[in-house]
Design a protein around this ligand. Structure first.
Ligand code: ATP
Ligand code: MG
Length: 575
């Protein structure tokens, strides 16, 4: 990450980069830009987080600033080290570097408690002892003001004493709560004396049993930003109504000398909503725990660990973040946009290979038995510098079952008796018939080849044929498992009611799972694919983009996952 002074090179400008640029022009924070990506380690990152990561790290890169990776681990009951590790791996995988700026909110618990005490001393916070039920009733509604708790007038001394005893573990969960003292009649419910510290006798994955009070997210987050000298705190729109509290709190704490001005600035943007997936942690957990998928890194899952196994690329995600843009109003982005970004990157970067996914034997009856020869296939049609590879050809080849029809339908240009096609990078052959088993299933196709028709030789051009088939030599092929992945849900907005649903029918997002999102095949691969390393990505000609599975694939025993098809097949079939 370059830190070049005053070198803002806009990648894409949007309202956030414009606001930041204006702040820089005004010399706020001395032109410094510091952002953060603040995941809560209570689940795996998903495609939506990728948008936030690309935005925060992208802004830091563009303005020559830094972006922090901060774990917002203030809720001990839901957080785990497993998630911390997975999140670190995913952000790194996306290609971002936080340098020395790796932080944990739990490292600030002492400061946070000191901030809370300072608010109490200033008469800006009090310990409330209403039951949760009463507290809700006292809060009022959107249309009615709340009313003061009878405990609101506790003295500063009493509040300090109670908070100290809350911290010391004298009280059970839920008996007392520390609240900011702002305004119970505020039209903004978030300013009606929000809770800032609660009692929770729980083990924390980093601080162990040291604490039995934990700060509320809305109290902790602004303090975390201020401690880290964040300039622009970017968050999703649901926090817009929290901004007045964010500003109120930091004002009080700046007043008390905790933080220098200017204070961090919160800016909200619309979260990513993507069709054909769900991006709610609760639903993602449900998919995993109920076994609808094979774990968090199932290639069908919209998690970043799933995306990686699927063969999606960091470059594709960055391109997607650019295209999806940043806006202030909620909307949906179609899954095809993300898939197209992956295709674009893979089309450019992935070498071509040949795989037969539904193998049928083709016998070249006039080709000598036991003989073989090399054909040469370019690794990338647009990049001759990537060279070519050898593909052995012999008497028996694997072709796709769908490339033969005994009785062709109209317009069929591939193999049928009497028709000529080119074996890509090899010879022109003429189909002579087929062999069947006792049930009448075609088990082999027969043909004859024209020895002077080999691709790349002088006579080849005199043969004009319409079909051009891919193939793999039976004697040289590498048999492998190939998994065809597709969209996890068959409906753009899983679980949403739609026309024709009976009034009493409650559609569940699980009802919309696409049963064909995973299909496992035994395929025949060209020999060059036998030794590939896990995570190697290829275009299988005519089939799409594939990746060697990072978990199950090994050199000598490859397993491939389909990342995306070559073309979008959903637009026509589902619109
Ligand atoms: P939770 O309900 O558990 O808070 P979350 O999805 O907000 O779920 P966080 O770990 O808090 O999860 O998210 C980290 C950051 O990613 C936050 O800044 C959040 O605003 C952002 N983020 C989460 N989901 C999306 C999304 N769909 N689009 C854009 N940003 C998102
Ligand atoms: Mg959140």
């Amino acid at each position: 990450m370059s830190r070049a002074e005053n070198s803002y090179t806009p990648r894409s400008t949007h309202f956030i980069s414009n606001l930041i640029e204006a702040d820089r022009q005004n010399g706020k924070w001395g032109g410094r830009v510091e952002t953060r990506f603040p995941p809560e380690p209570n689940g795996y990152l998903h495609y939506g987080h990728a948008k936030s990561i690309c935005l925060n790290f992208g802004i830091a890169e563009a303005f020559g600033g830094a972006c922090h990776l901060r774990f917002d681990d203030t809720n001990p009951t839901k957080e785990e080290q497993e998630y911390v590790d997975a999140i670190i791996e995913s952000v790194q995988w996306l290609g971002y570097d936080w340098g020395e700026h790796l932080y944990f909110a739990s490292d600030y618990f002492d400061t946070m408690a000191a901030c809370a005490e300072s608010l109490i001393r200033a008469g800006k916070a009090y310990v409330d002892s209403l039951s949760a039920e009463d507290m809700r009733a006292y809060r009022g509604t959107l249309t009615e003001p709340g009313k003061d708790s009878p405990f609101r007038t506790r003295s500063i001394e009493e509040n300090l004493d109670l908070f100290a005893r809350m911290k010391a573990g004298e009280f059970p969960d839920g008996t007392h709560i520390l609240r900011a003292k702002i305004d119970m009649a505020s039209p903004n419910i978030n300013l009606r004396d929000p809770a800032i510290y609660r009692i929770r006798h729980a083990h924390h994955h980093r601080t162990g049993d040291r604490w039995c009070v934990y700060p509320m997210y809305t109290f902790a987050h602004p303090i975390e930003d201020a401690i880290e000298n964040i300039t622009h705190s970017l968050c999703t729109l649901e926090f817009e109504d929290q901004r007045p509290f964010y500003d109120w709190l930091l004002e009080q704490l700046a007043e008390a000398g905790f933080f220098p001005r200017p204070l961090p600035r919160q800016i909200e943007f619309a979260r990513l909503n993507l069709t054909y997936v769900v991006l709610s942690k609760r639903k993602l957990v449900q998919l995993v725990t109920e076994g609808h998928v094979d774990g968090w890194d199932d290639p069908r899952m919209p998690t970043l660990v799933g995306a990686r196994r699927r063969g999606f690329t960091p470059e594709g995600f960055r391109l997607f973040a650019e295209r999806a843009g940043v806006s202030k109003s909620d909307g949906w982005i179609d899954m095809s946009v993300l898939e197209e970004c992956m295709r674009e990157h893979l089309n450019d970067s992935a070498e071509r290979r040949v795989a037969v996914l539904d193998p049928l034997r083709l016998i070249i009856t006039n080709y000598p038995e036991g003989q073989s020869e090399q054909c040469f296939a370019p690794n990338h049609p647009l990049k001759p510098e990537l060279g070519s590879r050898e593909m052995p050809l012999s008497r028996e080849l694997w072709i796709e079952r769908e490339d033969f029809m005994e009785t062709p339908v109209k317009g069929f240009r591939r193999l049928f008796p009497g028709n000529k096609v080119r074996l890509r990078y090899g010879y022109v052959v003429e189909c002579t018939g087929c062999e069947k088993d006792a049930e009448g299933n075609v088990i082999a196709v027969t043909c004859e080849y024209f020895p002077d028709s080999k691709s790349g030789t002088p006579g080849a051009d005199t043969y004009k044929v319409k079909g051009n088939l891919h193939w793999v030599s039976v004697a040289h092929a590498c048999q492998a498992e190939v998994r065809l992945y597709d969209r996890l849900f068959a409906h753009p907005q899983p679980g949403q009611r739609r026309e024709g649903d009976a009034p009493e029918f409650e559609r569940d997002f699980l009802d919309d799972i696409n049963p064909d999102a995973k299909r496992c095949l035994v395929a025949q691969l060209e020999p060059a694919l036998a030794q590939v390393a896990p995570e190697s990505r290829y275009q299988f000609e005519r089939h799409g983009y594939f990746v060697a599975d990072r978990v199950d694939s090994r050199p000598g025993a490859p397993v491939f996952n389909r990342t995306v098809t070559l073309k979008d097949s959903w637009q026509k079939s589902n619109s």
